[in-house]
Ligand binder design. Structure first.
Ligand code: TQI
Ligand code: CA
Ligand code: ZN
Ligand code: ZN
Length: 330
């Protein structure tokens, strides 16, 4: 009898121990479940602040291609050349580079581009995601050389390096004579003649600096590039969002789809709340040809923000270098 009781007691003890370890396991899980939980601690942060934990966020944005140490080092050059490489990435300062990275992140995820860690941005960042960077920047393969131009900007000397980026795997067109056609499921408000000439002009910007030629063909012909105005859900898994938010989108080579959100107020001569069709066309054609975003040069066509009422129709030197590098034209 006695041995049985002691056996029972030890079984109960064992069970208790097991339950205890289960409970502690359950309790320790939530912190492990979300690897990006730390982002919640820096919610609400904006430029100029110094908040403990921000360096984790910088690491996150760097891992996913939004922040580049290379840029940062050059940006820190200012007047002296003895800046320690990388000092930026290890501190908790919400600086210009971080703000610009947050903005490009927000643009990429179709969030309001505020540059601050608002709740929508934090929510998106803490969501599970794949580990492949969103923005592929070739900076890490390009080291600055003495031939890099030095420019003065806001009275600070910065080394001018190329910042253009490509899509994952550098997809590109295998031919140089590309045709395009118009086919829309919604109406093109500025009128087809205006749309035609704005797009023709946008294509010419790229043709002038590359080996490409672009020729419009009739809507019933086969074409490499298809341009259209569409509203909401339009069958490509990237539904438009009505007025505001996303203006247009395009797909990497060699898909050739370039879609304008029909619910935007498009114009070839934009007023305050209108969007300049040609400016956006130049940008989207950049994507069609294989260029990604360039978050550090506001005057570049591939810069990931654009404003209502503005026009930005001409390629920047960095856009030109980007297309020429992608197609080996240098
Ligand atoms: N449309 C985004 C864009 O074309 C869609 C997008 C986000 C995208 N990330 C991408 C497309 C990466 C290809 C590759 O950038 S948008 C601008 C800009 C948009 C944005 O509506 O946000 C322009 C459309 F960059 F200037 F702000 C046109 Cl010009
Ligand atoms: Ca929209
Ligand atoms: Zn689409
Ligand atoms: Zn873009």
């Amino acid at each position: 009898m006695a041995p049985k009781i002691s056996t029972l007691r030890s079984i109960i003890l064992l069970l208790l121990a097991l339950m205890l370890s289960l409970v502690t396991n359950i309790q320790s899980k939530p912190s492990k479940q979300n690897a990006f939980e730390f982002i919640n601690n820096v919610k609400g942060c904006h430029k100029g602040q110094n908040v403990s934990g921000l360096h984790h966020l910088k690491q996150y944005l760097e891992n996913f291609g939004y922040l580049h140490n290379d840029d940062v080092v050059h940006r820190n050059h200012k007047h002296d050349n003895n800046v320690v490489a990388n000092n930026h990435a290890n501190n908790d300062v919400f600086d210009d580079a971080l703000e610009s990275a947050v903005k490009s992140y927000q643009r990429n995820f179709h969030l309001e581009v505020t540059g601050t860690l608002d709740s929508a941005t934090v929510k998106q960042m803490t969501m599970p995601r794949c580990g492949i960077p969103d923005v592929i920047n070739n900076n890490n393969t390009k080291k600055s050389t003495s031939s890099d131009k030095k420019v003065y900007k806001n009275r600070k000397l910065i080394n001018f390096v190329s910042h253009y980026s490509f899509f994952q795997g550098n997809p590109r067109w295998q031919k140089s004579r590309l045709t395009y056609r118009f086919r829309s499921s919604a109406s093109a408000a500025p009128g087809m003649e205006n749309v035609r000439s704005a797009c023709a002009s946008a294509f010419q910007k790229w043709a002038r600096v590359s080996h490409f030629t672009f020729e419009e063909v009739s809507s019933s012909s086969q074409a490499d590039i298809e341009i259209g105005f569409h509203g909401g859900n339009h069958g490509d898994n990237y539904p438009f969002d009505g007025f505001g938010g996303t203006l247009a989108h395009a797909f990497a080579p060699s898909r050739g789809w370039l879609h304008f959100d029909a619910d935007e107020s498009w114009s070839v001569n934009p007023g305050r709340n209108q969007v300049d069709l040609e400016s956006v066309a130049v940008h989207e054609i950049g994507h069609v040809l294989g260029l990604g975003h360039e978050p550090n040069i506001p005057n570049a066509i591939m810069y990931p923000t654009f404003s209502y009422g503005a026009t930005k129709r001409d390629l920047h030197e960095d856009d030109v270098r980007g297309i020429r590098a992608l197609y080996g034209l240098n």
